[in-house]
Each structure stands twice: as C-alpha cells, then as structure tokens.
Design a protein around this ligand. Structure first.
Ligand code: XMP
Length: 525
C-alpha cells in the first residue's frame, strides 16, 4: 500500500490514480491526519503531496509528530512532491527559502546523478517537467544529495538513500512531466520493492469478503438503482455476495430524463436479471421541492426524500420478510469522498464544500440504515473495469454519469416552475441522441442540456417570442474531478440548435457552455 498524505494540491488525486495505474493500491488521507491513522494502514511508502502553502507560515500543514521516527524505524520510503519535498527538507533540518525565480508550468530539469529515482543513462540528460513553486530548498538536510536541478538552477530532485527519503520539486504525476511515470515506476518497484499486484479481481474478492463480514446470513439489504454505472455495478457486486437477500428499488423522483424510467426498468430485467421494484415518488419529491431555489437546499431535500422512500420500502419489505433490512447499498466513488472531505491546506474547508453530493454529504443524520459502499475506494474507470469482470453489459458501463439529484441540478432555481422539467427533457434527448448518432458518445465523458430558467426575446415565424434559453454542456474528463469542454464541429452544433428550437416549443435560444472545471463545476448546481 502506498499512502498519500494530502496537503491540498489540485494534483493529489492524480498521484493516487497514477500509482493505481501501475497496479499498486494507493490511498489518500489528510496530510495532518494523526499518526495512528498512518500506522493503522502500515504503508510501504508514503508520498507527501504538493500544496498551496509556504512551509514558513505558522499555519502550514504538516505530518504529525512522530511521523519521521515511525517511517525510519519501519523502513517506510517517503517521497515528497513539491510542497511535500519542502516540508521534508525543513523538518529534517534543511532550509527552504523564497526562490530567486518562481517556476510555474513546463520547465526543463537536468539529471545530475545516477540515483534511486533516475537511471544511469538519464544522467546529463534533460527532462521536461511540470513545476509550480515559489519556495525552494536552499540547504539540504544532512545525508541528502541533489540528483536533479532545474535549468534555472533550483534543486529539482533530492535523496537520502540510507534513510529512504526522496524529494521532487516538480510533479511527476502530471502528463506534462514526460518521464514522470518512469520516475514513479522506479520509485515504487526499484526503490520501495513493491509488486504490481493490485488487480480488479482482488478488489472484487476483498469487497465480497467485507460484505460477508458486515451482513449476517439472515440480514437483508436494499439498494437504490439509478440505472447509472455506479449503482448498477454496486448492486451486481452485492448481489453476487448475498444473492436474493438484496432488494433493489428504482425510484422515479420526477427528476429523470426523457423516458428514463421505462428504459432503465426494461434493461434491468432483460440484461441484468436483477429483481427491481419501481416506485413512483415523483409527486413526493416535486412537492418537497416546490418554490425551493437554493442549490444546497434542493440537494438536501432530495437526499432526505430519497431516504424517506427507502425507509418506506424497507418497512414494506419488513412486513413481507418478517425482518427489517438493515443495510443500504450506495455507489459512492472515491472522488465523492475526496470532494466531500477537503483536506486542510486545500483552501477548502467543510464550510467551503463545493457541493454536498447527496450520496455522501447530504444524508440525514437520523438515517436508520447502515451503509454498504463497495466502490468508495474506486475511480470511475476502475468501476467500469470491475463491472466488466462482473459481466455488466457494455451498454451500462458506457453510460454517461448522471447525478443522484437528477435534473434538479440542471434546472436552475425552482424545478417545479412552469414546464421547466419537460422542456429540459426534450432538449436533452435531442442533444444526447444527436451525439450518439454522430458516434461521439464514447469520447465524451458527459453531455447534457441545462435549463438556466432564463427567458429571452426571439423571433420565430415573424412573431416576437419570449421563450426559454437552453444551454448545452459536454465535457471530457478522466474522473470528473477536472474537465474540459468538448470541441464540437460547427455543423453538428448548428444541426442540434436548429432541431431544438424547431421542435421544443418553449425554447427560442440555445447556448453552449465553454467552461472547464475548474473554474466551473460539471453540473450547473
Ligand atoms: P460536479 O458538478 O461536482 O460533478 O463537477 C462531478 C461529477 O459528479 C456528478 N455529480 C453528482 N453525482 N450525486 C451524484 O451521484 C450528486 O449530488 C452529484 N453532483 C454532481 C456530475 O454529474 C459529474 O459527473
């Protein structure tokens, strides 16, 4: 296991992913977690992430007391990246100062020595790397040597092989660092002696074991299926573990896409052979959402109503089974967990939580069901791999993600106002169908229409109209944590815009969202 201590860099999750791509399990916890949280995981290696702080600030986040002796006593290898390297230098008795020149973006480094991190044939060679730092190490702690420098002269790579400490001033995890993966590969396998043995099959077996240890032989479990990748894979996995003691429910919350209920129900039955009860709770959700404008409030209400529906479903099952189901399966993924628990030093605190994803942050405190979250350590692409081991059909695995709160996060403000939801459904269907017809669905991470609840003046058939604006959003992404907007061909956009304004009565204007994440989020609310 490689443990990443997070000091708030925007690339921390990328380090976690890169290491997993090399078939080594990596987990990420807060950089200020107590020593017991670190020792409990018995990591073979620890990576200290980058972060936005300067080590000189009194509030600069740091590893706990006792960390340095723990790693030395246990032969744990420590790699500091950027802020993590500076922290290591400072705490071990070196000096970090404001650099003469700040280095941001693509830079060159020169490898100066054969070392743990660089092979002999790399010595004297240059590598393009991604830097982002103001401070730099000006005096190394005893036992350390410089193994690479930036062409501007700053220390870029250091090591103390005897004590197993290593540092990189640049970000090897970013693709712009052309040899970054090779360096991480050397660190994991040659330096730390780890083996590439983290496989999806093992994850599956581990999760089944965990479910068996949580759920007794007479316990029953319920699962809300949305028809998306996550809940479908989670349900299939739990079904494999406990068979028909899993009871699935599909809730029509009135916030689904065009014909989604019919489509999803028929696929569950024919492809997945999972018994699913369909509950129409649309009135209940829409009544609770009436006149509600605030995005966080809407999410909380939806979370609350979902739980109320599940509680009801469980009560009904209790009557049938003579025993109340005690567990609820959720398809929570690792990015949801990371985004809902921002690390200290990230500039985000709990009060700055970007959004409370309803399957993590928005659950009511008095919820009576215990959670089973078999995917909570996985990224989306890993869930897809797990799904294919479980024989979940490709059509499911390739579906674009759809948020738990559904169209409520795509209608700005009050979702119940006028015909907002229906208008959005029609425009969304045209857009997504056009993407499928053009063969673009698989290269786009997520595509959907948004209803900004704004009316504009138009002219249709020589008539002045005052009708709604629809926005189109399509993004590419690796894991939903960062995203870029998708560059459509103009002809495609013209055709979609025409089709929407010609066939969706309430719409007279179509706009395209050309914002990446950050600064925007994927969803509008
Ligand atoms: P944001 O909008 O936070 O979205 O950039 C990142 C990814 O997460 C999805 N999303 C959600 N998924 N419950 C979910 O299950 C939610 O509350 C939620 N909010 C956003 C979003 O569609 C995108 O894929």
């Amino acid at each position: 296991l490689v443990l990443i201590l997070d000091y708030g860099s925007q690339y921390t999750h990328l380090i976690t992913r890169r290491i997993r791509q090399l078939s080594v399990l990596s987990l990420c916890i807060s950089g200020t977690a107590p020593l017991s949280a670190i020792t409990a995981l018995s990591p073979k290696a620890v990576i200290l992430s980058g972060g936005p702080h300067s080590v000189h600030l009194p509030s600069a986040p740091s590893f706990p007391d006792g960390f340095l002796s723990y790693v030395q006593e246990n032969g744990v290898h420590v790699l500091g990246i950027c802020y993590g390297m500076q922290l290591l230098v400072q705490k071990l008795g070196g000096v970090v100062d404001v650099g003469e020149k700040q280095e941001y973006g693509k830079m060159e480094i020169e490898v100066q020595k054969e070392s743990a991190l660089y092979a002999a044939d790399e010595v004297g060679g240059h590598q393009t790397v991604w830097m982002s730092h103001g401070d730099e190490a000006v005096k190394l702690p005893p036992g350390f040597e410089v193994v690479a420098r930036s062409t501007q002269g700053a220390v870029a790579g250091i090591e103390d092989r005897k004590r197993h400490f290593y540092g990189l001033q640049y970000h090897p995890e970013v693709t712009h660092s052309t040899k970054g993966m090779e360096t991480l590969h050397r660190f994991l396998f040659d330096v730390c002696g780890l083996s590439a043995d983290w496989k999806m099959q093992d994850v599956l077996e581990e999760e089944i074991k965990t479910i068996h240890s949580m759920v007794g032989p007479n316990d029953h479990v319920i699962c809300a299926l949305s028809g998306g990748v996550d809940s479908t894979v989670a349900a299939t996995l739990v079904h494999k573990a406990i068979g028909d003691r899993l009871h699935c429910v599909f809730v029509d919350n009135g916030l689904l896409r065009y014909k989604e209920r019919e489509r999803v129900m028929s696929t569950f039955e024919s492809d997945l052979h999972l018994p699913v009860t369909c509950i129409d709770a649309s009135e209940q959700f829409l009544t609770a959402l009436k006149d509600k404008e605030d995005p966080e409030m809407k999410r909380k209400i939806i979370g609350r109503e979902f739980i109320a529906v599940f509680d009801d479903f469980a009560r009904n099952l209790e009557k049938q089974l003579g025993k109340r189901p005690e567990f609820l399966v959720q398809g929570t993924l690792y990015p949801d967990v990371i985004e809902s628990c921002p690390p200290p030093g990230s500039g985000r605190t709990h009060s700055h939580t970007i959004k409370s994803h309803h399957n993590v942050g928005g659950l009511p405190k008095d919820m009576k069901l215990k959670l089973i979250e078999p995917l909570k350590l996985l990224f989306k692409d890993e869930v897809r791999k797990l799904g294919s081991i479980l024989n979940v059909p490709e059509s499911f695995l390739k579906r674009h993600p759809f948020p738990g709160p559904g169209l409520a996060v795509r209608v700005i403000g009050d979702v119940t106002k006028g015909d907002a939801l229906d208008t959005l459904r029609q425009a969304d269907e045209i857009f997504v169908q056009a993407i499928k017809d053009a063969g673009l669905y698989d290269e786009i991470w997520q595509a959907f229409a948004v209803f900004p609840s704004v009316a504009s003046i138009g002219v249709q058939g020589d008539q002045r109209t005052h009708a709604y604006v629809v926005a189109l959003r399509a993004i590419t992404s690796e894991d939903g944590m960062t995203a870029d907007w998708y560059y459509f061909d103009h002809k495609f956009l013209i055709a979609v815009s025409n089709k929407i304004t010609n066939s969706v009565k309430a719409v007279n204007r179509v706009v395209l969202d050309i914002t990446s994440k950050p600064p925007a989020t994927v969803e509008w609310e």
